[in-house]
Design a binder for this molecule. Sequence first.
Ligand code: RTP
Ligand code: MG
Length: 142
Amino acid sequence: MAVERTLSIIKPDAVKKNAIGAILSRFEQAGLQVIAARMLQLSAADAGGFYAVHKDRPFYGELCAFMSSGPVLVSVLEGEGAIAKNRELMGATNPKDAAPGTIRADFAESIDANAVHGSDSAETAAWEIAYFFSKRELCPRS
Ligand code: RTP
Ligand code: MG
């Protein structure tokens, strides 16, 4: 399987719960490496740009308000099949549907406050990584 990179966000609800370390540990235990990370407070415009793909969806306004409601941790995860592996670790979008042992099953409150974001394709991952990080901020091990 190819080595990939994916963009992860630990969302405001999980940051408020002090779960950053617990969530990053799950990525590392699954063989993914954190090759970039930054804590930041998104503005509503930052969140709106990031989730522009959803701009016509009914939940867009709430999503942008939630994502800018408190600090987040954005990171880049690298590893074999990183995009699908991260989505698997995250679990379903709605925590009610998330498999036991997934991050959303264990840390998410609701479909809105669902603890984590992960890129959904290689194309999206490249765009999302560039939204937050410059090339020189990516620190692969080799
Ligand atoms: P994410 O982009 O945050 O990783 O989540 P996802 O791929 O699992 O879900 P996506 O369809 O991309 O939706 C982005 C975020 O919007 C909120 N959402 N609300 N009320 C609703 O029906 C609804 N659907 C989606 C969720 O917080 C989701 O994570
Ligand atoms: Mg998505």
